[in-house]
Design a protein around this ligand. Structure first.
Ligand code: DGY
Length: 440
């Protein structure tokens, strides 16, 4: 059974392989995406190490001269996706690469820990590959502290909802309320592939595109963005991914004798963890929440991103216990009135929870993988086992979908998931979860 599922998952990856990178899925996402590439590389590392390395090299081929790695690398043309490179208009930045088209925003920086995972899966054989790419992955971390930490506190901001990865989480509703974006008529393509009730609304897309229009006016200058962008958020998932990547780069850097880089990474990381616990932890909700830098206020919503700090060992043991007891043992994320698959992407007791719509409630496999690893790091074995079992069951019984309905009864009656099918990171992370060699 296990081998059969791994083989099915590997087939999904092979189907999405495009010579030097892996698309997230056919039609809906025809290019290379930053954090997708990271999770996909972990899957490839188990079944085809050469492709894992090519995936990472292809992502790095889109790196800008200031260290920034974009959200999308447009390796080839495609008219099945909106917005393409012209709408992003990122070539206005003086740091834009010469020979390749990219977007001008980024995504959760997973690459540092992906590199360490790749090395571990290879049984330390791929150390030369780590040597080859280490400095460029370090530059990506450095970019954030140089350009996106205006208060020098070790917490970095995101300036666009697509940078969060959790594109339409209800948390952003607070930001959209303050924005008066034009009523653009947008040639969306996503809704031609996927049922509109599972995707963000048109009004939300107008805000997404309006932010890009502003960045273009400012030539993607980080200084102007920090000064003026209406969307400027310190996001717990994004910052946890950056800190986890730094932690991996510290361990790898020590192995490679990169003393100066390790010193800097340690400074940023220690400061970041301290600020994270002071600024992003909500003591009433017992969870990490979001901080709106533009409006200088916390956005006190609990989502699956709230638990990502476990992955980067950010909470104390006591805080981790409180979080888990509150939200999982008898709490809203396990379902109070009905049985839920773990982990819904947004607080299921909240009025804005929508179990069918993208990041407003459905279960996502990459967040499950992150929270699963986090629970294991704190010794919550039975919760970790439940997340793993739920993840495997969802994929085995429904297919390699992009996201799933957390309500068990509804999901079981549907027999398929939501969004794109044959979705690469769903396959890649299932391979990792099922693979015995993946012991930490
Ligand atoms: C999309 O187009 O939905 C992507 O999530 C943007 O990164």
């Amino acid at each position: 059974m296990k081998d059969h599922l791994i083989e099915k998952a590997a087939r999904v990856l092979r189907g999405n392989w495009k010579e030097k990178f892996t698309i997230p899925c056919e039609g809906l996402y025809p290019f290379q995406w930053n954090w997708d590439a990271g999770f996909i590389a972990i899957g490839w590392a188990h079944v085809d190490m050469k492709k894992a390395k090519t995936e990472i090299r292809s992502l790095l081929s889109g790196q800008w001269s200031n260290g920034f790695i974009p959200q999308i690398i447009f390796h080839k043309e495609s008219d099945s996706y909106y917005p393409g490179p012209e709408v992003h208009g990122a070539h206005r930045s003086p740091f834009y690469p010469k020979d390749i088209k990219t977007s001008g925003i980024t995504q959760p920086p997973v690459l540092g820990f992906v590199l360490e995972e790749t090395l571990r899966i290879s049984n330390n054989k791929e150390i030369d590959f780590v040597k080859e790419v280490y400095d460029r992955v370090f530059d990506y971390s450095q970019y954030f502290y140089q350009y996106r930490d205006p208060e020098s506190e070790g917490l970095v901001y995101i300036c666009h909802n697509w940078e969060a990865g959790t594109d339409n989480t209800p948390v952003w509703d607070e930001v959209w309320k303050e924005m008066d974006s034009p009523d653009y008529d947008l040639p969306r393509k996503d809704n031609t592939h996927i049922d509109a009730e599972n995707r963000p609304t048109n009004r939300e897309y107008q805000h997404y595109i309006h932010l890009l229009e502003l960045f273009k006016q400012w030539n993607y200058d980080d200084r102007l963005i920090a000064e003026k962008s209406p969307f400027l958020i310190q996001d717990p998932l994004f910052n946890a991914m950056l800190i986890a990547s730094n932690q991996s780069l510290i361990r790898l850097g020590k192995q490679l004798g990169k003393h100066e880089q390790v010193d800097l990474l340690e400074q940023w990381t220690n400061m970041g963890i301290e600020s994270f616990n002071r600024k992003l932890y909500d003591r009433e909700r017992h969870a990490y929440v979001y901080y709106d830098l533009r409006n200088q206020k916390s956005l006190n919503y609990v989502s699956s991103s709230s638990f990502a700090p476990l992955f980067a060992r950010i909470p104390s043991a006591e805080r981790a216990k409180k979080m888990i007891e509150t939200h999982f043992n008898t709490g809203e994320f396990s379902g109070k009135e009905q049985d839920f698959y773990l982990c819904a992407s947004f607080d299921p007791t909240h009025e804005r929870f929508d179990p069918k719509r993208y990041w407003r409630g459905p279960v996502w496999i990459n967040l499950n993988w992150i929270v699963y690893r986090g629970c294991k790091r704190y010794g919550y074995e039975s919760l970790a086992a439940r997340i793993k079992a739920d993840t495997i069951e969802l994929i085995r019984d429904n297919g390699f979908y992009e996201y799933f309905d957390p309500r068990k009864e509804v999901q079981r009656s549907l027999g398929k998931g939501y969004g794109g099918n044959n979705f690469s990171w769903t396959a890649a992370l299932l391979i990792d979860l099922l693979n015995e060699t993946n012991k930490e």
